[in-house]
Design a protein. Structure first.
Length: 302
């Protein structure tokens, strides 16, 4: 097996959502302006992943696709968001006009969600390999005929125990607020998993880390960064095996940390850019010196 990336991790995120007992006027301002940060460290980290909680200002947009899902539910008589059950025996209703506007005003102004983001443990099983069959032939290729990558990703029990505890904490928060929880997780979708008899779902927060490992020359950028320490690159993010080749990416971040990776990647990018720019200026200077020396040699020869 040819591994291109291993120990792949993300910032797995869980969502829970509820209706507040009175309007809180979501769908305005930044997506989030507050959170609970005191759950990120403690003795519990010996047994489960830590997490931070953020309180969303966008209602159920992330969680259920609202305000569109609920509006369509009442227009079409469906109940995809779980709020249209006011008909006989809890059946969905179809509303229009003023009745629809009043119903949506009552529901959408009380929606809010809590997102929990976890520190995921690196797993060697989380990896990117080439999508090859048993004989080494590609199962799928790109437009250049190169094998497409095969991504394997999952959560370990340590991280999943963090999901379980986060769900418990969120439910307790809703109870204290007098809010009605509507969180629903299923099975079969990408991101669904079952742990200790309960269904959960992980989302991505866009923070990706991993360790680049060796690969074929078709993936020369990845292959080039397989240094003696099996850790990727030197101080200036330059290839150990192909001089002058540099790269910037989250492979430089070996484990998850709480600050957003995009900020770290920006610093990474600026450092690499400065190094490449300096190297280019040096090369141009050497070229000019070489051209001048050639002119002087020609003049002497003549």
């Amino acid at each position: 097996m040819i591994k291109l990336v291993q120990n792949e991790a993300a910032r797995p995120t869980s969502l829970t959502w509820a209706l507040a007992p009175q309007p809180i006027w979501g769908y305005r301002g930044p997506l989030t302006t507050g959170g609970i940060e005191s759950l990120r460290d403690g003795e519990f980290r010996k047994y489960r992943a830590s997490f931070r909680m953020e309180i969303g200002n966008e209602g159920w947009n992330f969680a259920a696709g609202d305000p569109y899902t609920t509006a369509l539910d009442f227009l079409t008589g469906a109940n995809n968001a779980g709020l249209n059950n006011g008909g006989p025996n809890g059946t969905p209703q179809r509303l229009g006009g003023t009745a629809l506007a009043m119903k949506l005003n009552n529901l959408l102004t009380r929606q809010f969600r809590i997102g929990c983001m976890f520190d995921q443990s690196p797993l060697q099983e989380n990896r990117v390999t080439l999508d090859l069959d048993a004989t080494g032939k590609p199962n799928h290729t790109d437009g250049l005929g190169l094998p497409r990558p095969k991504v394997e990703y999952g959560l370990d029990p340590y991280t999943m125990e963090g999901f379980r505890m986060a769900a418990v904490v969120c439910s307790q928060v809703y109870q204290q607020l007098g809010a009605q929880e509507f969180t629903r997780n299923g099975v079969g979708r990408t991101g669904d998993f079952t742990y200790r008899g309960q269904n959960y779902h992980y989302y991505g927060a866009g923070h990706v880390v991993a360790q680049w490992t060796s690969g074929p020359l078709a993936w020369v950028a990845m292959h080039a960064f397989n240094g003696p320490a099996a850790n990727a690159s030197r101080d200036r993010f330059e290839s150990d095996s192909l001089g002058g080749l540099g790269a910037a990416g989250s492979f430089e971040i070996p484990v998850q940390v709480m600050p957003d990776q995009p900020y770290l990647l920006d610093f990474n990018r600026m450092d690499v850019h400065g190094h490449i720019d300096g190297a280019q200026q040096g090369a141009e200077h050497q070229q000019r010196r070489g051209e001048q020396q050639w002119i002087e040699d020609e003049q002497q020869r003549r």
